[in-house]
Design a protein around this ligand. Structure first.
Ligand SMILES: Cc1cc2nc3c(=O)[nH]c(=O)nc-3n(C[C@H](O)[C@H](O)[C@H](O)COP(=O)(O)OP(=O)(O)OC[C@H]3O[C@@H](n4cnc5c(N)ncnc54)[C@H](O)[C@@H]3O)c2cc1C
Ligand code: FES
Length: 289
């Protein structure tokens, strides 16, 4: 039987970030905080990993937040309610490890805000104190503020331009907390690699346990292709099966950043060709993806 995954809801949230609610009853049954799916828009399309931001057992739906940054995510941004994804496979990755009796500080930037959401909720459910630090370039790019407030004891916001919350980066807030000796047992950071590195460098100075959820290039998601290999401490790990969460103090972030850019020339060409073929709305609607 051919299974397809209909888009039931779609919202345009902030600059190039989209929220999708997709019917995927087979995924929902197994979904745990910290896991991700790999989706394809069409037969022969690229496989892209996207974190499970939320799910609804009753409706059999998953909620994804996708930032349109390249060809596939831009194509996805053009889909409408009622359109279908060809594959949504998963969940992949180890669930987030939740320890009881902790003050848990989650730091999210960009799509990382959506990615910390289920993990903060899982910590709240076991009785941990949860503090969420969320950041973006400016106010309109902050996503999921209400959802984060609903599951966090405190939400602190940073914007680069100072248009909302503290002016500065998420690390500006975290640094102030650590300097003022606010209790922090565990920090989790998810977002751009440069942000996760900055958080890990900071917390290392204070000896605070820090987890990061790594986003290397992935293909199969099953530990077979080796695309997602990362170095953590002295060992090579596959983020799709050994992670995506790792000890931030042991990750080789420079290697991760270099490997993420491995296909940049091809990705650029692919986007240029796509933009040319989809220059008119008519083309957009009829393009053979
Ligand atoms: C575990 C995991 C969870 C993720 N969760 C989310 C999420 O919830 N929301 C979100 O917006 N993004 C998420 N990403 C990133 C997302 O997968 C990439 O942005 C997407 O694959 C880019 O595809 P593209 O064709 O649009 O862009 P491209 O132009 O092809 O690539 C742009 C950049 O995206 C990265 N990228 C490209 N292909 C892949 C790939 N197959 N796997 C991983 N990274 C890739 C590379 O760094 C690349 O330079 C996640 C990545 C991982 C590994
Ligand atoms: S994506 Fe292939 S080994 Fe992880």
């Amino acid at each position: 039987m051919l299974t397809v995954y209909p888009i039931l809801e779609k919202n345009d949230l902030a600059s190039k970030v989209y929220r999708y609610v997709i019917a995927a009853p087979d995924i929902v049954k197994k979904a745990k905080a910290g896991q991700f799916v790999i989706l394809r828009l069409h037969e022969g399309g690229e496989r892209i990993p996207i974190t499970l931001a939320d799910w609804d057992m009753q409706r059999g739906t998953v909620t994804l937040y996708v930032q349109a940054i390249g060809k596939t995510t831009t194509m996805m941004s053009m889909l409408k309610v009622g359109d279908f994804l060809t594959d949504v496979v998963g969940p992949f990755g180890l669930p987030s490890h939740v320890e009881k009796g902790k003050t848990f500080v989650a730091v999210g930037g960009g799509f990382g805000i959506a990615a910390i959401h289920p993990i903060v909720r899982a910590n709240k459910l076991v009785g941990n104190k949860t503090i969420s630090i969320i950041g973006a370039r400016s106010k309109e790019m902050i996503i999921m503020e209400d959802e984060m407030r609903a599951i966090s004891d405190e939400v602190r916001i940073a914007t680069d331009d100072g248009s909302y919350g503290t002016k500065g980066f998420v690390t500006t807030i975290l640094k102030s907390m650590l300097e003022h000796k606010e209790p922090v047992d565990v920090v989790l950071a998810i977002g751009p690699v440069i942000m996760m590195k900055a958080v890990s460098d900071l917390t290392k100075q204070y000896g605070v346990k820090t987890l990061v959820s790594l986003n290397p290039i992935m293909m199969d998601g099953t530990g077979m292709c080796g695309a997602c290999r990362v170095i953590v401490g002295d060992t090579m790990q596959f983020a799709c099966v050994d992670g995506p969460e790792f000890d931030g103090h042991a990750v080789d972030f420079n290697l991760l950043m270099a490997r993420q850019k491995m296909y940049s020339p091809q990705e650029k060409i692919s986007m240029e060709i796509f933009e040319k073929t989809c220059r008119t709305q008519e083309h957009r609607e009829t393009a053979a993806w």
